[in-house]
Design a binder for this molecule. Structure first.
Ligand code: SF4
Ligand code: MG
Length: 313
């Protein structure tokens, strides 16, 4: 399939009082048209910063973001606008991202208005159709965010995200705040919208079970870097990076060796001063001397599967 998004050497740092946080520290990956790439990792690994940087909410220090053939890094707000129309975001907290003073109608019609699409009446009609498509009622247009449950608010956020018919939707912990039964409904909704509109997703979550359900490929992030990436089947069947194996072994119903389970006991080190060599070495159950000094390069393992580990052969 054709590549929709290609990211190379992306770096995004935050300046903090205590120093520089290396939130995204040299990330490469691509997303094909119609593909779902899952991005997993513990909280604080840089997943959200990566999503925000792709969407132009944060400006990167370095690297390239090619989207539909155009380089986005270095573009100003105005020049970014038509690209951002094609790349929408859904966040974890729909309460935070839906203005409580705006009616659902206003929330859904705003992006259409900003992009000059349709007349007032046409925008209202589009908004009503969007609401029905995500499982709510046209009459809900005149209600306000606080009148809806968490799952319903997430449906509204999704309706807003697809209002402009984007090509890529970045979902950042989009179902993480919801009850498990509601999570399944929202994931199913995302899946059916993907099929209907030929959408691609970057599906960011700390929850591997949810990512495993929706994704075609999975990327695993640790302390600002992608440490493993591959097809869902290959990655789930044969995770090659010790960090991925440790994450997987924590999943209910999956065995994993004792060493793997021990691996994630410690907290991730601070991205302020990431460890030298392999960043996972202080927590890695199979680390060798070389791991302390030499940064592991991404190694191709066949099957479009790659891992950044000296011992992944
Ligand atoms: Fe563990 Fe070394 Fe591989 Fe890093 S490079 S994951 S420390 S074995
Ligand atoms: Mg996050």
């Amino acid at each position: 399939a054709q590549e929709l998004l290609t990211v190379r050497g992306l770096r995004k740092y935050h300046r903090a009082a205590a120093g520089t946080v290396h939130a995204v520290d040299g990330v490469d990956f691509g997303i094909a048209t119609g593909e779902v790439l899952g991005l997993v990792g513990e909280s604080g690994c840089g997943k959200s910063t990566l999503g925000r940087t792709l969407n132009g909410l944060d400006a990167p220090e370095a690297g390239s973001i090619r989207f539909r053939g155009a380089e986005l890094v270095g573009l100003g707000r105005r020049a970014l606008r038509p690209h951002r129309r094609e790349m929408q975001m859904v966040f974890q907290d729909p309460f935070g991202s839906l203005n409580p003073r705006d009616s659902i109608g206003t929330i859904l019609q705003d992006p259409l208005r900003v992009h000059g699409l349709g007349t007032r009446a046409e925008r209202r009609e589009t908004a009503a159709a969007l609401l029905e498509r995500v499982g709510l009622r046209a009459a809900d247009l005149d209600r306000y965010p606080h009148e809806f449950s968490g799952g319903q608010r997430q449906r509204i956020s999704i309706a807003r995200a697809i209002a402009l018919r984007p090509r890529l939707v970045i979902c950042d912990e989009a179902v993480s705040a919801l009850d498990v039964s509601i999570q399944a409904q929202i994931v199913n909704l995302l899946r059916s919208l993907q099929v209907e509109f030929g959408l691609s997703y970057l599906f960011i979550s700390h929850d591997l079970a949810v990512v495993g359900y929706l994704s075609d490929r999975i990327a695993v992030m640790y302390l600002g870097r992608i440490v493993e990436i591959g097809s869902k089947a290959s990655l789930l069947r044969q995770p090659r990076h010790p960090y991925t194996r440790a994450l997987f072994s924590a999943l209910p119903g999956r065995g994993g060796s004792r060493a793997d389970r021990q691996a994630l006991r410690g907290e991730p080190p601070s991205p302020l001063n990431p460890p030298q060599g392999c960043r996972f070495h202080p927590r890695c159950p199979i680390a060798v001397e070389r791991c302390r000094v030499e940064v592991p390069a991404m190694r191709e393992l066949g099957d479009a599967h790659a891992a950044a580990c000296h011992l992944a052969a």
